[in-house]
Design a protein around this ligand. Sequence first.
Ligand code: HEM
Length: 397
Amino acid sequence: MSNRSQTGWLASRFPIAASFRRQYLDFAMPRNLNYLWNFGAFLTIALVFLVVSGIFLAINYTPTITSAFSSVEKIDRAIASGWFIRSLHIGGVSMLFAALYIHIARSLYYGSYKAPRELVWITGLCLLILVMLAAFAGYILPWGQMSFWGATVVINALKALPLVGTPLSNWLLGDSSLGDVALHRFFILHFVTAFAIIGIVTLHVATLHVVGPNNPAGIEPRRPEATLPFHPYYTTKDGLGLCLFLMIYAGLIFFLPDILTLASNYVEANPLVTPRDIMPEWYFSPFYAILRAVPSKLGGLLLASGSVLLLFFTPWLDRSPIRSARHRPRMRWALRGAFLAFILLGLAGSRPLTEGWLWISRAATIYWYAYFLLVLPLLPRIENPNAMSSIQDTHCL
Ligand code: HEM
């Protein structure tokens, strides 16, 4: 059989090469994308690094409370390049979260959540929740002081949920206290979620490819000259961005490996000694600040989880026909306020609780909710209703 007929035989049964060409190489992209559109590629690469390094860590990790801490110490100190694999994994989580928050901020700013991209947005939010779940479960695995006490805080908070709280925490614990059974469950939860994330990323990108990417102008390209093929234009641009991303990632691993981790997690878990300040990793601190800002346990839990769940409704809460904040000066200021509120919550959640930070957390939580529940639906009423037509004329792609 000739080479050509073999290709023809395979192509008529499984046209993967042709569909790869159509979906990735020739795919029409708006020509005006800026560097914020590189973050999807950064996320994908960070995820690959996390999965590969995670598999190597899992080979040497022991999920029992007597051996977990020492097996992680062994990876760091005794196994060839173990320190590097572990740093890749820990640094990768921070890089992933940093890129995720910028990716979401970009989508909020340019209105990428609006029709027809609601499904891209919703699959993205499912990813955010899965990534959070994987990070939470993963943090318990080294069985350090913060692993133990962080998990204790979360499991106790869960108990405050009416009806489902106690059964859910009992199911996670699988025993009368946080011990071997729970550690084993968190280990399984950690890597099962990692593979679920890969599946949902495929869905996320597939939904994006049906509707095509948004762009900074927020107007769909209507003329062929307004688009460029993904390859070579965006493969080059993504490649350049990736070099920078990997340089920062390498800088973090090789020069500042401990800057983002808490020293107390290098002390083995001790159920008899509670650390003075129980603090989450930086990427959870905005939600931790909300949890602490409310006097009631249940209220804190609902407001902290609600701050993410709220995002699912954004495509319907935002009533403006104009997509990009570039053309909405008032919305731009309001959104900057929401970004500031998130940063302030992050700072508050990573510090010991003082009166000042408590009030900052409360104000920022109120603003965060007000932005989504009041500003997004009501702002279009006071915006210039004729703006859309003038934008279409001046920014037609
Ligand atoms: C592991 C997590 C994720 C991965 C690997 C990922 C990957 C990607 C990729 C490759 C793109 C296309 C390139 C780009 O626009 O930057 C994209 C676009 C997009 N993503 Fe994600 N994403 C993730 C999480 C999220 C999250 C958490 C959200 C929102 C809550 C989100 C919302 C979007 C939206 C709305 C677009 C379309 C943007 C546009 O065209 O303007 N993604 N994502």
